[in-house]
Design a binder for this molecule. Structure first.
Ligand code: ADP
Length: 481
């Protein structure tokens, strides 16, 4: 732009500027004349000096000259020769100012001639002529060209150097991040993304590091799950097969033994169903395919009905339950799903309870909420592991000693269901002291008339079968027995 403006348009804009300046000075003089300024000739002289204009005033009595410098009066006489031309143009211009460009032959440059009428009363006409030399801009343009060449060259060089510098600084870490990402794409999650001093790239590297860590964790959990699920599937299947063989070969004709063996087969089938139903629930929730069927129901009653299914554990294995509940905790939720939550949390409390085998279940109203809590005095969960227990396939490190007891899906199902209900939930736990898992549901304001609906057959999703619960608690050892 500078090139274009300076080189191509400089002389045009110089002439336009001069014409504007001349007409401005003419109107200043005209105003001073109208106001009958006593100091008029001094003012005109000053304007001539300040602006480098040759000014001529023509009246009946003759001419008045004003030149920028006294010794340069001579040109005024040369300019005077153009006065008649200006005068004749003015006589035909109907009071408007006139101007033209001429070259007097003596100079290399043109001159701008401008004329206007100061007094148009017949007999006492006064004309004002202003001559402004239009000095050639070629030399200026040449100087500018030279300077611009230097400026352009230096600018380009600087831009080039800076571009290379920034490109290298930015692209180098990006290249290394891309290479690391490719490495990660091959399944190596132990990679480290390096940033540099740019905060954006650092943030990208940090985000990718977190992503690779999370992917690595998920990958490990998935591998664990496959190992666990395969194990969990294999054990009951082996048992079913062995007991079926035993019935065929040995106990088929002895009703007592046969019934006992059949019971094992049925229990193992239930265990398999439980596992498959857990996996189905998780997959349905992952793809948001489940729709809640909300209705009004009493949370206390729902909890009581779930806890009743654990009675066999009280009788046979010395577990004790303490159930403290306020009555009439009416909520508006999906009863079957909430029962699944209660069952999962209670089953966990049994699985991870302490030597006292005591499980405390409380239900109380806090403000507009109904809070369900299940506590145990078991090993507890390390603070750094607490946020992860809700993740799919997650098992706390202390749990690896009993790797086949769970799928690591129970709490993720709880989380999904409670999130769908927009319910608060959490866990308070201290290592060696025990854990309290809780959730809160809004208390329903007014009960609507319950419309009797077909109960859904989701019994398989909830471990209500005492035998099944027994299996979960007894663990592997009892299975082998
Ligand atoms: P799992 O089938 O392994 O029990 P969950 O999703 O139900 O899977 O639980 C995830 C992990 O959280 C468990 O493996 C266990 O380590 C931990 N956990 C759950 N409930 C308790 C509890 N009451 N006490 C201690 N740890 C628990």
């Amino acid at each position: 732009m500078i090139w274009a403006l300076q080189i191509f348009f400089l002389s045009n804009s110089y002439e336009t500027m001069k014409t504007r300046e001349v007409s401005r000075i003419a109107s200043v003089i005209s105003r001073a004349y109208q106001q009958e300024d006593d100091n008029l000739s001094n003012s005109i002289q000053e304007l001539s000096v300040n602006n480098d204009f040759y000014i001529l005033m023509e009246s009946r009595s003759g001419y008045l000259f004003f030149a920028p410098e006294s010794e340069s009066r001579l040109p005024v006489y040369t300019y005077m020769s153009h006065a008649p031309q200006l005068k004749s143009l003015l006589e035909n211009s109907h009071g408007l100012p006139v101007s033209f460009k001429f070259n007097n032959g003596m100079e290399k440059y043109s001159t701008l001639a401008y004329g206007c009428v100061l007094n148009s009363s017949p007999g006492s006409e006064i004309y004002l002529y202003i001559f402004s030399p239009l000095y050639p801009v070629t030399s200026t343009v040449n100087i500018l060209k030279n300077q611009l060449l230097y400026v352009t060259f230096i600018t380009l060089l600087l831009a080039f150097v800076l571009a290379i510098y920034f490109a290298t600084r930015i692209s180098k870490p990006l290249k290394s991040i891309t290479a690391t990402a490719k490495e990660m794409g091959k399944g190596n999650y132990n990679v480290k993304f390096e940033g540099n001093s740019y905060s954006e790239i650092n943030r990208l590297a940090a985000t990718l590091n977190t992503a690779s860590y999370e992917l690595g964790m998920a990958d490990n959990r998935q591998k664990d799950l496959i190992a666990n699920v395969s194990h969990d599937l294999k054990t009951p299947l082996t048992m079913i097969r062995s007991y079926a063989e035993m019935i065929r070969d040995l106990s088929g004709d002895i009703p007592e033994k046969r019934n006992a063996h059949l019971k094992v087969i049925m229990d193992e089938s239930d265990r398999l169903s439980q596992l498959v139903s857990d996996l189905t629930s998780v997959s349905a929730m992952q793809t948001h395919r489940i729709a809640l069927e909300k209705d009004y129901f009493d949370l206390t009653e729902a909890a009581a009905s779930i806890l009743a299914s654990y009675d066999i554990l009280i009788e046979r294995d010395g577990y004790s339950f303490e159930f403290n509940a306020q009555k009439d905790c009416l909520v508006y939720a999906d009863e079957t799903r909430i029962k699944q939550v209660i069952a999962n949390l209670t089953t966990n409390a049994i699985k991870y309870c302490g030597d006292d085998k005591l499980i405390l279940v409380t239900l109380r109203k806090i403000g507009r909420k109904c809070r369900f809590e299940v506590s145990d005095h078991g090993p507890g969960i390390k603070p750094e592991e607490i946020p992860h227990v809700w993740d799919r396939y997650y098992k706390t490190s202390s749990n690896y000693v009993r790797p086949t007891e769970g799928t690591g899906l129970g709490l993720s199902i709880v989380k999904e269901i409670l999130t769908l209900h927009h319910a608060n939930y959490g866990v308070n736990s201290k290592v060696g002291k025990g854990s309290v898992f809780w959730f809160e549901l809004d208390i329903a304001r007014k009960e609507r008339e319950k419309t009797p609906r077909e109960p859904r057959d989701r019994t398989k999703e909830i471990p209500q079968d005492p035998a099944l619960i027994e299996e979960i608690v007894d663990g592997k050892e009892s299975e082998s027995e």
